[in-house]
Write a protein that binds this ligand. Structure first.
Ligand code: IMP
Ligand code: MG
Length: 184
């Protein structure tokens, strides 16, 4: 990795290999859980952070799935959630009567997913579940629980594998802890 990018990295928390193994395992479990379902399965990626996880996990789900993307915002340019969740870009596919699986990079306060799951249910989805690569249990401001979680991580700001700091560093292929001096 370019030394210019590595200067932001305090330490690598989850390697590329560990992520790939976990994504394969999650894909198998999701396939097994939905294979007897009659209703269509729609994978909904939350932009931008979920984009690498989406691209990787959709290949490991051995079912006839549809995909779509949405963008929500709750952070502004800060590293702390404001709790005020807004839909910036809605999904385009119709999802009445379909099973939705939200593909999310990380759950921190839980505000984003609490809002999204309720929103999709209110608008007529048959079911709404969540697959998150990372979970910061210590960051939770509500009772939200994801259905599929890759890794439990400490309550620190992470970058890479889709996750940003000021819109950058999403292209790191691993998950790393951001050096404290960049956000404190
Ligand atoms: P929540 O609403 O607080 O659960 O936060 C959800 C969103 O905030 C995630 O989908 C991420 O896009 C972003 N986020 C939360 N924690 C981090 C982090 O440590 N690094 C980068 N993005 C984060
Ligand atoms: Mg996200």
């Amino acid at each position: 990795m370019d030394q210019d990018l590595m200067k932001y990295v305090d330490r690598i928390l989850i390697s590329e290999e560990e992520i790939q193994a976990k994504v394969k395992e999650m894909g198998k479990i999701i396939t097994r859980d939905y294979e007897k379902e009659e209703a269509d399965l729609l994978l909904v990626c939350t932009l931008k952070g979920g984009v690498i996880f989406m691209a990787d996990i959709m290949k490991e789900i051995d079912l006839d799935v549809e995909i779509d993307f949405m963008a929500v915002s709750s952070y502004g340019s800060s590293t702390v959630s404001s709790g005020d969740v807004r839909i910036i870009k809605d999904i385009q596919e119709s999802f009445m009567g379909k099973n939705i699986l939200i593909i999310e990079d990380i759950i921190d306060t839980g505000y984003t997913l609490e809002y999204l799951t309720k929103n999709f249910k209110d608008r007529g989805a048959k079911s709404v579940k969540v697959a998150a690569l990372l979970n910061k249990e210590g960051g939770r401001a509500n009772e939200f629980h994801a259905d599929y979680v890759g890794f439990e991580i400490p309550n620190e700001y992470v970058i890479g594998y889709g996750m940003d700091f000021n819109q950058k560093l999403r292209n790191l292929p691993f998950v790393a802890i951001l050096k404290e001096r960049y956000y404190k």
